[in-house]
Design a protein around this ligand. Sequence first.
Ligand SMILES: CC(C)(COP(=O)(O)OP(=O)(O)OC[C@H]1O[C@@H](n2cnc3c(N)ncnc32)[C@H](O)[C@@H]1OP(=O)(O)O)[C@@H](O)C(=O)NCCC(=O)NCCS
Length: 145
Amino acid sequence: MKIITPATETDFDKYYRLRYDVLRAPWQQPRGSEIAPDDATATHALMLNEADDPIGVCRLHLPTPAEAQIRFMAIHPQYQGQGLGKKILTYVEEKAREQGAQYITLQAREQAVPFYQRAGYRVVAKTHLLFGEIQHYQMRKDLIK
Ligand SMILES: CC(C)(COP(=O)(O)OP(=O)(O)OC[C@H]1O[C@@H](n2cnc3c(N)ncnc32)[C@H](O)[C@@H]1OP(=O)(O)O)[C@@H](O)C(=O)NCCC(=O)NCCS
């Protein structure tokens, strides 16, 4: 297993394929819905297995110098529950620190809330319903105490 910053077209194909397969396809969303307009200015993390297949993705973006936002966090279903989500989360948190962020915010799907709580995030507010059914919660973790 390794985590890379996607750089080539092949890397980005793998990155967006996993995003789509885990976060969009199960809700019959169209291809292209996995791409965000501000992806070009974000930091991306791609986890690959021994065969270089994509098994994890995560995105970091700083809307202000102090705030880092995590979005599009996904582990391939066959690789969930093995500590890999924690690994890629720790990796992007380190990137946030390197970029000078003081805290991280994210919108967690309800079923992922315990995963983020385990990593030190707290629920700030109940927020939107995605695709009419996935309840989200805003969560936050301070990087500087
Ligand atoms: C949520 C997700 C990213 C977690 O990744 P993962 O690789 O399965 O999680 P890990 O194995 O790294 O778990 C890390 C810790 O969180 C805990 N955890 C993970 N999911 C949990 C859950 N649903 N309930 C309770 N604890 C959970 C693990 O037990 C582990 O605890 P430990 O540190 O004491 O061992 C992954 O399951 C996933 O991609 N889900 C589908 C897409 C999704 O919901 N993405 C998040 C969008 S906000």
